[in-house]
Design a protein around this ligand. Structure first.
Ligand code: C2E
Ligand code: MG
Ligand code: MG
Length: 613
């Protein structure tokens, strides 16, 4: 076979050559160019063939080499001396045992179709790991032209893409797509009498690890969780990561629900053991929701939905909980979704309003503050209790715009009351996740003209549970501006006392549950007394929440509470009622508590109904 240099120097002239070759001719690095005629054309073709990025070979109908370029020789590691016109294909391949290519021409064996050129593509996996793709065109006379490419990289990338499409990159576990395919594959067995369980898992407290130790630690934790799941599941179970801190296990081949109960319990136990993340001990846990086919869904989508609902209920019930799907969960979820939709437009439609409840001095019964309590007037459902929609608003993040609305309305309302009567506004822990909380509070004060000293923000200890530092810095910034901060529902959490050390609250509001029993004496009364004296020594005021009866009032006064709040003095109602209460007048339908001395026997004890409900 001629090489390009030979062709170019084969004695032809440069006259009549294309401009490109003329230029090449002037390049001192190039050999003599051909001059004219057949030789010149031949040289051009050879040059073009030699420059091709693909390997090219052509064999005649007798299996003898007609043309082969350098790339072909390189790809198949063929020595130049052997790869000459006339060489037999079989000899070429036999000379190269490194290739997997069989020692006969694979494509000459193919039949020609009615005198038409036929084209096929083959891929060869070589012993050295390379993959060569060959496109073979067989001409009517029996000769073959083949183009050869090294497609190793291309195939590797495709395999990688295919792998990533079905696996989670962080843990290497199958992903949601693979789980769904596997479910679709396995579900027909259910119709043949087998049972199958789908377990959905969501880690408890994962977010706080991610927030406090950083994403690298979070990633490491997820990998460790995947290892424990692998160790806890059986060989045939498919473990998938669905994203975030959610995992799923498809369990087949066992009796249900016994199989899934045992597995879920094992995993709850395994994940409740501490994890060591580069020296940091972290405690998480998992909640598990289970759906069993065919009872809870006989196609993939339905079963996934049931498992998801069961998990949702498990999470709502607390940490480390296992829940099986029950049909009524679906109805409840639909109701919730409907409520969530309604909640989205509620501010714009003006469906919220504030009810106000007075906080009075325990000794004089003078109104010292007023708590703003949100009410939702739903067009169909009527008045929806905050206990029903605040958690939903928190979950969806809608509490942030709602909270801004409450702050602004409450500050504006308070401007109608004389100083120093304060307005108390409840803040949700979720609002502390908003970067604009401090700004929103200051704007509400600025726009209403209310002095900061007249605003009291009520938080629960849940605010300090996650991302404590960030919350504390916002609280300090508020307090530095003169805003008062009180600890609401004190005594209901796990570590209320420890939080009193972390922040200088202005006030402790003792939870209603203690007050209700305080009149009976005993432990509850002792606790109220202890909290009051603790507050005194820490320089914090104390408020007894939910005082409904004269006996309770007498008990909390004796226990040393500084302020009281409850139906005995005021039910949550319109702003106008509060103005009247402050002025010492009794608005229609709202009897006012009598002065301190007479309180226990006065009509204050028989307050009207909650005028807000
Ligand atoms: P909270 O802040 O502890 O408010 C006191 C709750 O106790 C109010 O319930 C109030 O109506 C009720 N209450 C007051 N005195 C008595 C009494 O003597 N007896 C009884 N049985 N209950 C009494 P409400 O208005 O249903 O609010 C429930 C909770 O919803 C509030 O508890 C607060 O945590 C939350 N909430 C209310 N409004 C808002 C708001 O604007 N933003 C946020 N984030 N949460 C709010
Ligand atoms: Mg409150
Ligand atoms: Mg409270």
């Amino acid at each position: 076979m001629l090489d390009a240099a030979q062709a170019l120097s084969s004695g032809a002239t440069t006259a009549g050559l294309p401009a490109g070759l003329q230029a090449a001719r002037r390049d001192p690095g190039m050999p003599e160019a051909p001059r004219e005629g057949l030789a010149a054309h031949h040289a051009l073709y050879v040059l073009a063939i030699e420059q091709m990025p693909q390997g090219l070979s052509m064999f005649d109908a007798d299996d003898r080499l007609l043309v082969a370029n350098r790339r072909y020789r390189d790809l198949w590691h063929l020595p130049d001396a052997l790869c000459q016109p006339g060489a037999r294909f079989g000899d070429l391949m036999a000379a190269n045992p490194a290739t997997e290519l069989p020692c006969h021409d694979p494509y000459l064996a193919e039949a020609t179709e009615a005198g038409q050129p036929s084209r096929r593509r083959r891929e060869w996996q070589l012993r050295d790991g390379r993959i060569i793709g060959v496109t073979i065109t067989r001409l009517p006379g029996g000769a073959c032209v083949a183009l050869h490419e090294d497609i190793t990289e291309q195939r590797r990338n495709q395999q990688q893409v295919a792998y990533l499409a079905r696996h989670d990159a962080l843990t290497g576990l199958p992903n949601r797509a693979q789980l769904s395919d596997e479910l679709t594959r396995q579900l027909p067995r259910v119709h043949r009498g087998e049972e199958l369980a789908l377990l959905y898992l969501d880690l408890d407290r994962f977010k706080s690890v991610n927030d406090t130790l950083g994403h690298a630690a979070g990633d490491l934790l997820l990998r460790r969780v995947a290892e424990r799941l692998r160790a806890g599941a059986r060989e045939g179970d498919l473990i998938a990561r669905l994203g975030g801190d959610e995992f799923a296990i498809l369990q087949t081949g066992t009796t249900q629900p016994a199989g899934s109960t045992a597995l879920a319990k094992r995993l709850i136990e395994a994940l409740s053991q501490p994890f060591d993340l580069d020296g940091h001990q972290v405690h998480i846990g998992t909640s598990v929701g289970v759906a069993v086919a065919p009872f809870d869904g006989d196609h993939a989508e339905a079963l996934i939905k049931s498992a998801d609902l069961a998990l949702y209920r498990a999470k709502a019930a607390g940490r480390g909980v296992l829940r099986y799907f029950e049909p009524e969960m679906d109805a409840r979820m639909q109701l919730r979704r409907q409520l969530e939709n309604d909640l989205r437009g509620a501010i714009a439609r003006g469906e919220f309003e504030l009810a106000f409840q007075a906080q009075v001095a325990a000794d004089s019964h003078a109104v010292v503050g007023v708590e703003a309590l949100i009410r939702w007037n739903h067009p169909v459902r009527g008045r929806v209790s905050p206990a029903d929609f605040i958690p939903l608003a928190e979950e969806t993040g809608l509490i942030i715009p709602i909270g801004v609305w409450v702050l602004r309305q409450a500050c504006l309302a308070a401007m109608a009351w004389p100083a120093p009567v304060r307005i108390a506004v409840n803040l949700s822990p979720v609002q502390f996740k908003s970067r604009t909380l401090l700004r929103d509070v200051l704007d509400a004060l600025h726009d209403s003209g209310l002095p900061p000293q007249r605003l009291e923000l009520e938080i629960t200890e849940a605010v300090l549970l996650d991302d404590t530092e960030q919350a504390l810095s916002v609280l300090h910034a508020m307090r530095e501006r003169g805003i008062r901060i009180s600890m609401d529902d004190f005594g209901t959490g796990y570590s209320s006392l420890s939080y009193l050390r972390r922040f200088p609250f202005d006030k402790i509001k003792i939870d209603r549950s203690f007050i209700q029993d305080a009149a009976l004496g005993g432990d509850a009364l002792a606790i109220v007394g202890a909290i009051s004296s603790l507050g005194r020594s820490l320089g914090m005021s104390t408020t007894a929440e939910g005082v409904e009866t004269d006996e309770q009032l007498a008990a909390v006064c004796a226990a040393g509470c500084v302020e009281v709040q409850g139906y005995l003095f005021s039910r949550p109602g319109p702003a106008g009622d509060i103005a009247a209460l402050i002025a010492g007048r009794t608005p229609p339908g709202l009897p006012v508590a009598a002065p301190a001395a007479a309180a226990p026997s006065e009509p204050g004890a028989s307050c009207s109904n909650d005028s807000s409900t």
